[in-house]
Design a protein around this ligand. Structure first.
Ligand SMILES: [Zn+2]
Length: 125
């Protein structure tokens, strides 16, 4: 359950950016490979934000697709055909297929991050 420390870090960062104002919305990016379960983040957030200026804020998750790049020719691999598959299956398929250039040196270059994109705060009254 590594979402808990991650959610705490996220909350700290959001509160820091809010500068003492109440947070209404928090926008997050979640890579398909980040192994973050949005539902768990929601649960921990509700618990951790209690009594803070972020209490009751809505979380918005943007899922970022997995991206792989060939280290031999630099081309990005088209993984869209497998987009519905679990990430480890996509990786297996991509490594098995290799690159169109014949290269097998594929590296995951996207979809691994989890982070805060922006926050909305209540206007100062
Ligand atoms: Zn290549």
């Amino acid at each position: 359950m590594h979402e808990m420390p991650v959610t705490q870090a996220l909350l700290d960062l959001a509160l820091e950016h809010a500068g003492g104002r109440r947070i209404t919305d928090i926008y997050l990016q979640v890579g398909r490979m980040a192994a973050i379960v949005p539902d768990s983040v929601e649960v921990f957030f509700e618990y951790l934000s209690e009594g803070t200026l972020a209490e009751g804020a809505r979380l918005h998750f943007e899922m970022v697709p997995l991206e792989m790049t060939c280290l031999d020719c630099g081309s990005k691999q088209d993984l869209s055909a497998w987009a519905d598959q679990p990430p480890h299956t996509i990786l297996q398929n991509a490594f098995a297929r290799g690159c169109a250039c014949g290269g097998k040196n594929l590296r995951v270059t996207g979809g691994v991050s989890f982070g805060l994109v922006s926050i909305d705060v209540e206007p100062e009254s």
